[in-house]
Write a protein that binds this ligand. Structure first.
Ligand code: GUN
Length: 299
């Protein structure tokens, strides 16, 4: 029995923000440029409001041109597409993010397709997803899986030759996570298994993993019996579960049963304070990258 080392996503994200701030200052001083990031929220989803506010706040702290645009929950496709068109053509804006999930009348795929791939800091556009898959580096990487790769790097965990088992196959996390981990590149080169709702033997596969990435959105799905002694466990889940003892009426738990799994794992991310802060850190990095690419800056 061991007690896992906690991977401190808050601390690692702060280090990345410091680097981003330096880059942002350099762009201002050397090139008189300010990275511009616009976050769009459609509707009133409470969790999305929290995330969007955090993204806006951080981009201001880093000296970006920053805008938060909130459309009401009845917004039409036409309104959304008109807004995206305007932002695509606004030279102050280098990155556009539409918070997911949008309300049901909005065709998310169409909205993503309408974003200029050069401004697609989420890496949701098919052009950027394709670039990532074939290992091209002139697009973006999606913020959450990219954040996981950085957590591994900063924690001296080299996935090369390791068996990574990803639980979840979403377009936002599971599939791009697979793509980044399997890539023939420094900090990657893992053997990857992706499990999902039709996988009959998830516990058996998870037990073979050197690295488990849980991204299914089910509170405390990964239990100690599903984890090999000494495995690295990355918890991407953020679930609200009712808790009458808390003032706000709920608490946040991940997709991993933290207390029991941390007795078996060698390293583990907590929720909150693990992957979550990294998502924002990588978004800010992507915004700087977008600004540089759109202005032909290579230093
Ligand atoms: N919803 C949950 N995660 C994300 C993300 O990384 N980007 C966007 N746009 N929406 C999200």
């Amino acid at each position: 029995m061991c007690s896992a080392e906690r991977i401190d996503g808050k601390l690692i994200s702060q280090k990345i923000h410091e680097e981003t701030l330096e880059e942002s200052k350099k762009l201002k001083e050397k090139h008189n440029l300010q990275p511009g990031l616009v976050v769009v929220l459609i509707g009133e989803d409470p969790a999305s409001q929290v995330y969007v506010n955090m993204k806006e706040k951080k981009s201001k702290e880093l000296g970006f041109y920053s805008e938060k645009i909130v459309l009401n929950k009845e917004a039409t496709m036409d309104e959304v597409l008109t807004l995206i068109h305007k932002l695509n053509n606004d030279p102050r804006v280098h990155g556009i993010l539409v918070q997911s999930p949008p309300p049901p009348q909005i065709d998310e795929e169409k909205v993503i397709e309408s974003i200029d791939p050069k401004k697609d800091v989420d890496c949701f556009h098919a052009e950027n997803v394709g670039k990532m898959l074939i290992g091209k580096t002139d697009g973006f990487y999606p913020c959450t899986p990219y954040g996981v790769m950085k957590l591994l790097e900063y924690s001296d965990i080299n996935p090369s030759g390791k068996h990574a088992v990803i639980i979840g196959r979403s377009n936002i996390v599971g599939k791009p996570m697979m793509s980044l981990l399997v890539q023939k590149a420094k900090g990657a080169n893992a053997t990857v298994t992706v499990c999902h709702s039709r996988t009959p033997n998830i516990p058996e596969l998870a037990r073979q993993a050197d690295i488990v990435v849980a991204a299914i959105g089910k509170p405390e799905f990964v239990t100690a019996d599903m984890v090999k002694e000494g495995a690295v466990v990355i918890d991407v889940g953020i679930n609200r579960v009712e808790d009458a003892t808390r003032k706000r009426g709920y608490r946040l738990v991940g997709d991993v049963a933290f207390d029991e799994v941390s007795k078996k794992a060698s390293k583990i991310t907590p929720v909150p304070g693990g992957v979550g802060p990294m998502t924002i850190a990588m978004l800010m990095q992507n915004a700087v990258k977008a600004c540089k690419m759109q202005n032909g800056i290579t230093d």
